[in-house]
Design a protein around this ligand. Sequence first.
Ligand SMILES: Cc1cc2nc3c(=O)[nH]c(=O)nc-3n(C[C@H](O)[C@H](O)[C@H](O)COP(=O)(O)OP(=O)(O)OC[C@H]3O[C@@H](n4cnc5c(N)ncnc54)[C@H](O)[C@@H]3O)c2cc1C
Length: 404
Amino acid sequence: MADSHYDVIIIGGGAVGLGVALEITRRFPHRRLLVLEKESGVARHQSGHNSGVIHSGVYYKPGSLKARLCVAGAAAMVEFCREHGILHRVCGKVIVATNADELSRLEELRHRGEANGLTGLRLIGPEELREIEPHASGIRALVVPSTGVTDYAAVCEKYAELIAARGATILTSAAATAIRRRNDEIAIETPRGAFSASSLINCAGLFSDRIARMAGDEPEMMIVPFRGEYYDLKPERAPLVRALIYPVPDPRFPFLGVHFTRRITERVDGGPNAVLALAREGYRYFDISVRDLTSSLAFSGFWRMAAQHWRKGIGEWHRSVSKPAFVRALQRLLPELAEDDLAPGGSGVRAQALKPDGSLVDDFLFVSASRALHVLNVPSPAATASLVIGKKIVDIAARDLGLK
Ligand SMILES: Cc1cc2nc3c(=O)[nH]c(=O)nc-3n(C[C@H](O)[C@H](O)[C@H](O)COP(=O)(O)OP(=O)(O)OC[C@H]3O[C@@H](n4cnc5c(N)ncnc54)[C@H](O)[C@@H]3O)c2cc1C
């Protein structure tokens, strides 16, 4: 059994919580640190159900936290995988414009990428695209050489191993069920006992807003869960894709747009889409949580978001229930793909922060309160950037929580 008092308790054993824990054990080796994870192992949610892409940072607004932490984070992730023998491949990707309307956005992406410090970005025509991805079709493409793939569940296992080796404790099957602030400490109840700490860092992903409220803080946002569903290319058709083939994103919805990923396992998948999930950990269509659903419906921002984006939502939902519609979206990039080439694949649920005015929080969001730091929005590319997000959060904890 773990001891009961710590200097810092982190809630959440995903890539972000573990990235923070790793940095605390490196920078403050004498601090007593506990990570509480509700599942029986680490990386059981977003960090173990994603596309496995080491993003380059080409998409994000220059100067944003996402841009800065992704570019540095991708380099750190590749270095970490190299150092610890974790499978990874820097395979590059192509972002493909399939109609004239997308050309200016493709050019804009190149400028963004360069402003973010990426090198080697190149606009190419259809012939060169066919040399890189012989089955892809487009009128122009942007080559992003620094994109890669890895297995983030394996990365998290390695984080956990290093954290434990440095003397910190990771307690699994230990959901935080109640949090109370006492004079100079925070007390947390779990099924595995009660623990207290001088500081709390909330990295609970899909439940980060609820943990903030449990701690008595008002985060002024709500997590909306978006399920991303994949189809796998049948193994005999996997040679249609050599590496990563992406569409030009709509700047208003950068996380939408199904694409192809050759994973580190060599399996190729198409997806993910983004449909509103009816449960925060709703990996399947019929997973419904009355509590999650009623809390969404009771949040004014939810209705404002629905009023603004219902058209996009219906399109995503249509691709979720109709395989032909999903395949048509993928065929824009790979015209010879047939419905028969695809078998149902896995899914993941994204934690996306929504504001009361109905807008989706775009950048990473970290909010300090008394003795607590809440990590409220860390969508993609947070797995890529988890090592440097860890450093950033520890900087904030040192400044705002007096961690030293
Ligand atoms: C479909 C999909 C595709 C993606 N693709 C990519 C990609 O290719 N590249 C990339 O960089 N990013 C990608 N992402 C984003 C990336 O996976 C996430 O940004 C990242 O994993 C977030 O990590 P996290 O630690 O915040 O969340 P999580 O991994 O969800 O971890 C949060 C943890 O908190 C735990 N928890 C919750 N409540 C409690 C509680 N009460 N007590 C104790 N523990 C609790 C949960 O069990 C969970 O383990 C993708 C995400 C999805 C869903």
